[in-house]
Design a protein around this ligand. Structure first.
Ligand SMILES: *Cc1c(COP(=O)(O)O)cnc(C)c1O
Length: 823
């Protein structure tokens, strides 16, 4: 039985029409055109979604050397390219995966549920790979396109596949079931995630359990009544655990936390058994019991299970990005070690444009199953395909397989200690460095050695949340509406190129900054997107032109000054320079008013040095219903003035008036461009938006010292914090110089410490403040959340400070270190 495919066999499988011919063996399926991979053996599926159309990227892909495409509409392609035309590309993608799945007869375990899918999958993998060759979904690839990609990884050498399946609305699970065709299903739990897309919790349970159709066994916790009920008619083996129902296969009698984790007592096959799960939180205990039940039912002795479970490590899907010393950017992935997650981390490395030089520090990959030779061949090929040339390898396996990495510029060390010794002499600087190692290599030591030492307050930026928020606003746009993202003021305090790299990777159309300097910084960091500058100062015109930054023009004087600069800088009139004309329709800040229009029009008529790239205005109250009539007046004025300008110049340009609140509330004023700002950071104006958005920034600090203060004594400057009783005070390293306002002193502000809210005592100092921790267990070094959690959202601290979230975010000083992570 062969598992290799070429285009004609694929055309037959997916019932498509092949145009062009290629006998090239297809090894890799691609749906995300942004992925950096070598074109050889790649088949691109032009998937169409609500907001997305893969056909748009085919030309770019052809330029990059890709040759094989699955399309819905026949494309005009060069002779050396081939395409298969199908009715529905996503369906074809799933059909191909389904066909691939059917070639294998080993067990396939599918995992679904509201939470914990990825962790249970990773844990089962950790537990079972000791004696089995297991293939699993990479990361949380569990969607309509993630599942087929996971299935595609199956091959003859495997003995078990573990595939994650996630759905967000009705109708999706049936399709996933057909692709996965699981022999076993594990359902983790049922919580509120995506409730809004289902009629009821029960309907959601019914939908999820469609995955069990044709499966032989299902594993679940009977205490989720809706799941149990949804499985009533399931005819295979129902294997469940419960804390209440003694008839369950695994009856949990008690759970008790201790210093090593959680001790679980249970009854299985009429015998008392127990297990120490090395975690204390209830979610981990639930996940652990799922794994326990699965292993018991697959014939593992309890002693073996105990031994393996004691080595379970927490699953971190988190990739961290931060500034290093010597002008390096560090990407930390010091917990995972497998080929799929290496690919994902290399993608993030590749998004970094700020340094030309990219370095990978990699440990041995501790994944059983593959022969070392083929494993490291694959690794070398992957690294090469991502265009990374500098590799530092650590570990005996890599050391003894050096010859496989000949094409790359490599150094090898047998141990982490050896590399740490040599690190200073390697003189790593001005580079983006990916540090990726299996846990046992303790690569955190390497990242500590390369890190910038700064004070202990950090603003953590969740890049996955930003991605989510960007996707949300895109769903609000019509297909041909373009998107400008405002990254002024250090992207609302969140970062410059760190955020811009993500936006460029996501193909947004424009960036907007306040000052020329901000634009130059982005250009120097390799950002090539068009950039609009809102306050183009006269002194900066030359730099602006040199770095291809496009000015907002808000007065005749500015237009004339800029034109003069163009006349002396550009070679000829033919090279007209893009400008953005700002109209004042009611904000009364910057812009041409109605009475300036005739002068503007006559200037535009004769000025051959500039090209009107866009005409725009800004709403004064887009988020507030009370101003909706005013907003409409602004839009009317804008439309009229823009039409006058178009009549005068005789060509079309972009029109835009909406900011984040406007995008949410006035889709009718999208024209063909919108300007997204605060929404990217997770702050919506409507409840509907707020529900879909995720908090991007979390500000954290740490406790430096704890002391007791007797009743009647005072805390801090001006003796304003008077102890009303004997209290315990923790000093935290954040003060007003970091952007933590003095207004939050004396009980106004709160921070979150070990899950509880604690109040500020006394005045906030310049670099520190004091917390009343009398009622909370804590120790020196503990982390406190200043804002960004559910308990203290940004909006709450903003109102305590008497201001708006914008000011809080942009007021966090530059000395506060920014750390980025991707989940
Ligand atoms: C800052 C800014 C925006 C973005 O506003 P948000 O309310 O943050 O969405 C849009 N347009 C202009 C001109 C801006 O200055």
């Amino acid at each position: 039985m062969s598992t290799s495919y070429n285009l004609s066999s694929i055309a037959e499988i997916i019932d498509g029409k092949l145009a062009g011919k290629s006998s090239e063996v297809i090894t890799t399926l691609l749906i995300d055109s942004r992925k950096i991979i070598l074109p050889e053996g790649v088949l691109f599926f032009a998937i169409e979604g609500e907001q997305h159309n893969g056909h748009k990227y085919i030309t770019q892909l052809v330029e990059r050397g890709f040759k094989n495409f699955i399309v819905r509409e026949e494309q005009d392609l060069p002779n050396n390219c081939s395409q298969i035309i199908v009715q529905n590309t996503q369906q074809a993608f799933q059909n191909l995966a389904k066909h691939h799945r059917e070639k294998f007869s080993y067990p396939v375990l599918a995992i679904t549920g509201s939470n914990g899918k990825t962790i249970v999958k990773e844990w089962l993998f950790q537990l079972l790979q000791i004696d089995k060759n297991v293939v699993r979904s990479p990361k949380s690839y569990n969607s309509q396109v993630g599942v087929p990609l996971s299935i595609w990884k199956m091959n003859e050498s495997h003995e078990l596949a573990i595939i994650e399946a996630g759905i967000s609305r009705s109708g999706e699970m049936e399709k996933l079931q057909q692709v996965i065709q699981p022999t076993d299903v594990l359902i983790t739990n049922l919580h509120e995630a995506h409730d809004e897309n289902f009629e009821s919790r029960q309907q959601k349970a019914n939908e999820k359990t469609k995955l069990v159709e044709n499966a032989q066994r299902v594993f679940y916790c009977k205490d989720y009544k809706e799941i149990d009920l949804a499985l009533t008619s399931f005819s295979g083996d129902k294997l469940c655990w419960s804390r209440h129902d003694r008839s369950a296969e695994l009856f949990i009698e008690s759970t008790q936390k201790n210093s090593k984790g959680t001790q679980v007592q249970a009854i299985y096959k009429e015998k008392k058994i127990d297990l120490l799960i090395p975690f204390q939180d209830s979610a981990s205990v639930e996940n652990g019991i799922h794994c326990w039940l699965y292993l018991l039912e697959n014939g593992y002795a309890n002693s073996v299970i105990q031994e393996r479970i004691s080595h379970l490590s927490s699953v971190s899907m988190r990739l961290e990005l931060k500034a290093g010393s010597n002008n390096n950017t560090l990407i930390n992935d010091t917990y995972n070690s497998d080929v799929a997650s290496l690919g994902i981390a290399l993608d993030l490395l590749n998004q970094q444009h700020q340094h030309r030089n990219k370095i990978l520090i990699l440990s041995d990959i501790l994944e059983s199953g593959l022969h070392l030779e083929s494993l490291y061949k694959e690794v070398a090929k992957l690294i090469d395909s991502k265009g990374v040339k500098n590799v530092i390898g650590v570990g005996e396996d890599l050391f003894s397989h050096q010859e496989l990495f000949e094409k790359l510029d490599c150094k090898f060390y047998e141990s982490t200690a050896e590399l740490l010794n040599e690190l200073p002499s390697l003189n790593i600087k001005n580079s983006s460095v990916l540090i990726k190692g299996a846990r046992k290599f303790k690569f955190e030591k390497i990242s500590q050695a390369l890190e910038q030492k700064t004070h202990e307050t950090v603003l953590e930026i969740n890049l996955s949340a930003i991605q989510n928020n960007l996707n949300y606003y895109r769903t609000k746009l019509k297909r041909d509406t373009k998107l400008m993202v405002m990254v002024k003021a250090f992207s609302y305090g969140s970062g410059s190129y760190e955020i811009a790299n993500l936006l460029q990777f996501n193909n947004v159309d424009y960036l907007g900054v306040a000052y020329t300097d901000e634009g130059i910084e982005l250009r120097k960091a390799g950002i090539t997107l068009p950039i609009m500058v809102m306050n183009p100062e006269k002194d900066s015109f030359s730099a602006m032109i040199k770095y291809s930054l496009e000015p907002e023009i808000y007065s005749i004087e500015l237009l004339q000054n800029f034109t003069e600069k163009l006349q002396s800088s550009l070679a000829s009139e033919g090279e007209s320079y893009p400008i953005h004309i700002k109209l004042d329709t009611g904000m009364h800040r910057l812009g041409f008013e109605e009475q300036d229009m005739s002068e503007l029009l006559s200037e535009l008529k004769t000025n051959k040095w500039i090209r009107v790239q866009s005409v725009f205005s800004h709403l004064a109250g887009s988020g507030n219903e009370a101003f909706d009539d005013f907003t409409k007046t602004q839009a009317d004025l804008f439309e009229k003035a823009a039409a006058d300008i178009e009549n005068m110049v005789g060509y079309q340009f972009d029109r835009h008036i909406l900011n984040s609140g406007g995008i949410e509330r006035f889709p009718e004023y999208q024209y063909n461009l919108v300007r997204l700002g605060i929404g990217l950071h997770g702050l919506g104006t409507t409840p509907e938006a707020q529900k879909k958005l995720q908090t991007a920034a979390i500000l954290k600090s740490t406790i430096s010292q704890i002391r007791k203060v007797k009743k009647g004594q005072t805390v801090g400057y001006n003796r304003s914090g008077i102890a009303e009783r004997d209290i315990e005070i923790a000093t935290v390293s954040i003060g007003y110089a970091d952007g933590y306002s003095r207004r939050l002193g004396n009980g106004v502000g709160q921070m979150e410490l070990n899950g509880k809210l604690v109040s500020i005592v006394g005045d906030v100092c310049m670099d520190m403040c004091m917390l009343d921790v009398t009622d909370v267990k804590c120790s020196v070094g503990d982390s406190v959340i200043v804002f960004g959690s559910d308990k203290i959202p940004l909006t709450a601290i903003a109102s305590q400070m008497g201001t708006i979230p914008y000011e809080v975010l942009t007021g966090i000083s530059q000395r506060v270190k920014r750390v980025y992570f991707q989940e």
